[in-house]
Design a protein around this ligand. Sequence first.
Ligand code: ADP
Length: 627
Amino acid sequence: MTKHVFQTEVNELLHLIIHSLYSHKEIFLRELVSNASDALDKLKYLTLTEDKFKKISFDPKIDIVFNDSSDGRSITILDSGIGMNEEDLIEHLGTIARSGTKNFLGKLTGDAKKDSNLIGQFGVGFYSCFMVADQVEVITRKAGEKEAYRWVSDGKTGFELDKTEKKEPGTEITLHLNEEGKEFANRWSITEILKKYSNHIAFPVYLHYEETTFDGEGDDKKEIKEQKTEQVNDATAFWKKPKSELKKKDYNEFYKTFSNDFQDPALHVHTQAEGALDYTTLFFVPEKAPQDLFYADYKPGVKLYVKRVFITDDEKELLPTYLRFVKGIIDSEDLPLNVSREILQQNRILDNIRKASVKKLLKSFQTLAKKDKEYIKFYEEFGRPLKEGYYQDRDNRELLEKLVRFKSTKAEGYTTLEDYVSRMQEDQKGIYYITGDNEATLRRSPLIEMYTKKDIEVLIADDEIDEIIIPGAAKYGDHDFKSVNRSNAGDELKKDDEPDEETLEKEVKPFIKKVKKVLGEKVKDVKVSSRLTDSPSVLVADADDPTFQMQEMMRAMGQAGMPDAKPILEINLDHPILKKMKGMRKSKDFDNATELLYEQALLLEGMKLENPADFVKRLNDVLTKSL
Ligand code: ADP
């Protein structure tokens, strides 16, 4: 026998489950039956595709046995599925592999820890059985291997592992019920829970129980105990049922049987296609974004079946990456059962199913978009991946550009691009947008002063991926996107009172030179601004340079080695400060004023000062003089 300790995260998860899901204790059965069904799916696939497994007699089913005697209540779940070997046991029932879950655990604090919906989202899985059991015993043998193992744990610190005997491959999990769990050791509770959560499991689930009847009358009356077995579930592939027979409630129930989610889905899309291609798809969009949405090792939500046989739930190419929040199934009648991964990824049939599925999904989002309030709720969860799609998916550009939303200087909440264009001024040259990471800062940025004065709308692009997706999109209809953060933006909106050639040569150019000299290497250039009215200065990126936010993002993503692109300082010659400065000789005061113009522009951009102490000193010098 060997003793193993749980990975720290498992302990945390166990603690969390026990303390936050106590009002949903019953889900332990759903989780175990769903694991059993996955294990059957995996073995079924092997028996159909691999010679080594074709010979074994495979009777896919799940059996549930319970003991309700007061000296030891227990429930046992048996499956004839793939089973686990020693390595599998250590890896699957002792660690948490996915970083999304780990990270999620790390982020949970205070009251969030008690939010069962939040916790339900990432799937509590096997460990949920410790809500109702003080000891759990797993006896399992992997199909194709001889050795069987026994895993035992009290769900506190770790588990023990032993070799044992088991005749058939598969897994047998016995829960020795605790005070909290003893109410479940009876036929009615188990049946009720299974009907509620596991009715659509594609394999039969049998409940074994003892029935007591009486024979005879009076003194002759005899108690007869009989072992009985009842199939509790429907055991048909839910998605193959005619759509006309299915109600929203049925879809919601089915969703919960396979998604680990507690909440009803936001929407479902069911397609039963016949003709050139024969396939069924059933997709769901969860109410809340999965926790691992932005991790590279996110768990794909779509399972692939071929003629109702489960093939894989670990294939990220079934839908484009940006639709990774969609959960559901694809069941094809045309694919061969033993499709390899390589074939899957370049299979024409699958490619066509994928294309049709994407269109279907995007159209259903569009239908949702007709209901503003519901759509915004959806968009706040999934807007980001949709924007990724807007950037990546050229084939569906037209659908996606109707789905993206932006904040704006002229709209409450969000606006569509279509609405923006409908509000454009007659001679407006493009769709203006400002990027940065803080909405409040952006709304007050000097960069948009001129636009506000001229009553031109500016999109407030405060999501960091806007920096990439908007320039990537380049155009909406005939209208170019124009970044207000760049030095050439708004050239077409120049102020009317441009200085004449002579003033330019005699006054402006020498002045700019003086300012430049003070700032030296800090800036790429100094220019007269055509866009400022109230503010004295602003920093912008050169037309083809990445913006500061973009540079920050690249650095955060570890893209070191990218040369720093320096900003351009734009100054407003009509501002009183600049008017005064123009009359000054180069001096300490002039230098201070120049530095302050640069530093205040940095601050307004939401950037850090290189040297706050110097800034404060300069500011104090100026204050002292002016008071
Ligand atoms: P999840 O099912 O979300 O992966 P679980 O904690 O429920 O998480 O299970 C962890 C892993 O343990 C499963 O992915 C599977 O590999 C393995 N496992 C659990 N139950 C069984 C079973 N009955 N038969 C075979 N493997 C199982």
